[in-house]
Design a protein around this ligand. Structure first.
Ligand SMILES: NC(=O)c1ccc[n+]([C@@H]2O[C@H](COP(=O)([O-])OP(=O)(O)OC[C@H]3O[C@@H](n4cnc5c(N)ncnc54)[C@H](OP(=O)(O)O)[C@@H]3O)[C@@H](O)[C@H]2O)c1
Length: 174
């Protein structure tokens, strides 16, 4: 499983159930990595998307404890067990965890590659992920040149889990 997120200098990722910045090049980066793949998200992230519906051209899996929750174009799972049971049908390399904070923080350890768009500055978030630089299991393997859009400077960082085998085993045998 992979993770993709945009985080500011304080590892803030959202505010008022929305994103911190509008970055067209980052949206393209997100599309390029996830189209044709499986995306996993929490119910609040789904409800932050346009039309509150699943992303087109992707298999959308949404976690909600509410047994009555439904959303167009989405497979709803109701527990971590149900989520991993559903994910076992797919190649782990094709699965992308796309948020939000609760899912990133709970499941990033199961991810072998982290695609992190790192935005400079404190953008006033109310939702945060853990500081990946402080997790010794992950190593930074690439970093793009900086890009500035809409007043925000950002870089595409890729982190790799040191023990991919363990990560895969955990994903498959959860
Ligand atoms: N910067 C980025 O790249 C990025 C990407 C995505 C999201 N975000 C931001 O992240 C923020 C939202 O994060 P969030 O943590 O508030 O919400 P979230 O993770 O998107 O969704 C939380 C919901 O997921 C369900 N859930 C979580 N864990 C569960 C479990 N173990 N079992 C069953 N259901 C579970 C629950 O839904 P029910 O209440 O229905 O049970 C819970 O309320 C927003 O600001 C959003 O814009 C940022």
């Amino acid at each position: 499983m992979n993770l993709i997120v945009a985080a500011d200098s304080k590892w803030g990722i959202g505010k008022d159930n929305g994103l911190l910045a509008s970055l067209p090049t980052d949206m393209k980066y997100f599309r390029d990595h996830t189209v044709g793949k499986v995306v996993v998200m929490g119910r609040k992230t789904l409800e932050s998307l346009p039309g509150k519906k699943g992303l087109p051209k992707r298999t959308n899996i949404v976690l909600s404890a509410n047994p009555d929750f439904e959303a167009p174009g989405c497979k709803i799972v109701h527990s971590e067990y149900e989520l991993f049971d559903e994910l076992s049908a797919y190649d782990p390399d094709d699965i992308f965890l796309i948020g939000g904070a609760s899912l990133y923080n709970r499941f990033y350890k199961y991810c072998s590659t982290l695609y992190i768009t790192r935005m400079e500055g404190d953008l006033g978030a109310d939702a945060f992920i853990v500081n990946i630089d402080e997790d010794e299991d992950y190593v930074l393997v690439s970093e793009s040149e900086p890009i500035t859009e809409n007043g925000v400077t950002f870089r595409f960082l890729v982190y790799s889990r040191k023990s991919e085998g363990l990560s895969r085993a955990r994903t498959l045998n959860f």
